[in-house]
Ligand binder design. Structure first.
Ligand code: HPA
Length: 278
C-alpha cells in the first residue's frame, strides 16, 4: 500500500514539474478566511489541483483548489488554496498527500492555518491562536500502513511538532503588529458534524483549547518528513454548549472573514522573518 502512496506522490510531483521549476521554501495551507491570501503575494505560477493526476479534489461545491507559487517579501512560498478534509471521504493518505508533495517540491517549513471552535473559556470569537501542540488521536494516523522510508522513519518523535523557534517568530511578529494572539492546544476531530456540548467538556478536560476538523494529521505527516511546522488557528466561535447560539458554517465563515485582514498581516510578517532563520 505504501509504495502505491509514494508512486502517486511522485506522479503528482512530475505533473507539477512539467509546469514549473519553482522551489518553495515555505508551504502555507490557507484555511477558512485566508482563501484570498494569494492576492497579497507576488505570484509566479498557479496549478489547479484538477490538473494534477491523482490529486485529491475537494468535494465542496465551488471550491476552486489550487497551488499558488510566488513570493512573500523575498521568501519563495507555495500556498494551498483549498485543502481536502477527512470528512469528505478520502483515505487519510490522500488528505496528507498535498503536504508531502510540497515537501518534495522543496518546502522546509510548513505554515498551517485553520478555523476552529474555542474550547478554552477565556477565548472569544475572532481570536487568533498560536498552535503550541495538538491532539490528533480522534482522526486516523496518516502514517498507518507500511512506512514510506523515502519520507521518514517508522516511529517519528512528536515531542516538538510545532517548532519553538517558529513560535517565537510568530509571537514577536504579533507583538510588533499589535495583533492579540492566544496560544494553546488544537484538537482535530473528524467532523463534519460540530461537536456536542459533552464532547466539548471532554476536550476541555483533556487540555484542548480549540477544536477543528483539519491540521493535526497534516502536521503529523509533515513531522514524519522532518519539516519545521507552525500553525495559527482562527477561533471563529465558542464551541458547542458554551453560548446559547447554535453553530453554523455561515457564522464560522463570517467570523473568519472578519479576522482575515489581521490573520493575513500576521502570516505575512511571520513568513518574511522565516527567511532570516537558518
Ligand atoms: N468545531 C469544529 N470545527 C470548527 C468549529 C467548531 O466549533 N468552528 C470552526 N471550525
Amino acid at each position: 500500500m505504501s509504495s502505491d502512496v509514494y508512486e502517486k506522490l511522485k506522479k503528482c510531483e512530475s505533473c507539477i514539474r512539467r509546469v514549473t521549476d519553482f522551489i518553495p521554501e515555505v508551504a502555507i495551507v490557507l484555511g477558512s478566511g485566508l482563501g484570498d491570501y494569494a492576492d497579497t503575494i507576488r505570484v509566479t505560477a498557479q496549478i489547479p489541483y484538477g490538473d494534477i493526476e491523482g490529486f485529491p479534489i475537494s468535494t465542496v461545491p465551488g471550491h476552486d483548489g489550487r497551488f499558488i507559487f510566488g513570493y512573500v517579501g523575498d521568501v519563495p512560498v507555495v500556498c494551498m488554496k483549498g485543502r481536502v478534509h477527512y470528512y469528505e471521504g478520502y483515505e487519510i493518505s490522500d488528505v496528507v498527500l498535498p503536504i508531502r508533495l510540497m515537501k518534495l517540491l522543496g518546502a522546509k517549513y510548513l505554515f498551517l492555518t485553520n478555523a476552529s471552535g474555542g474550547v478554552n473559556t477565556s477565548f472569544h470569537a475572532g481570536d487568533l491562536m498560536l498552535i503550541t501542540d495538538h491532539i490528533s488521536c480522534f482522526a486516523p494516523n496518516p502514517l498507518i500502513g507500511a512506512n514510506i522510508e523515502e519520507l521518514g522513519t517508522r516511529f517519528p518523535d512528536m515531542s516538538h511538532v510545532y517548532d519553538p523557534g517558529l513560535q517565537e517568530i510568530i509571537k514577536s511578529a504579533a507583538r510588533e503588529q499589535q495583533i492579540f494572539l492566544q496560544q494553546g492546544v488544537y484538537a482535530q476531530l473528524t467532523g463534519p458534524s460540530f461537536e456536542t456540548p459533552a464532547e466539548i467538556r471532554m476536550l476541555r478536560a483533556l487540555g484542548c483549547d480549540a477544536v477543528g476538523m483539519s491540521t493535526a494529521v497534516e502536521a503529523v505527516a509533515a513531522a514524519h518528513m522532518g519539516m519545521k511546522i507552525c500553525g495559527i488557528s482562527c477561533v471563529c466561535n465558542l464551541a458547542a454548549g458554551m453560548t446559547a447560539n447554535l453553530l453554523s458554517h455561515r457564522e464560522v465563515q463570517a467570523a473568519a472573514d472578519e479576522a482575515a485582514p489581521r490573520f493575513k498581516r500576521l502570516v505575512t510578517e511571520a513568513v518574511k522573518r522565516f527567511g532570516e532563520m537558518q
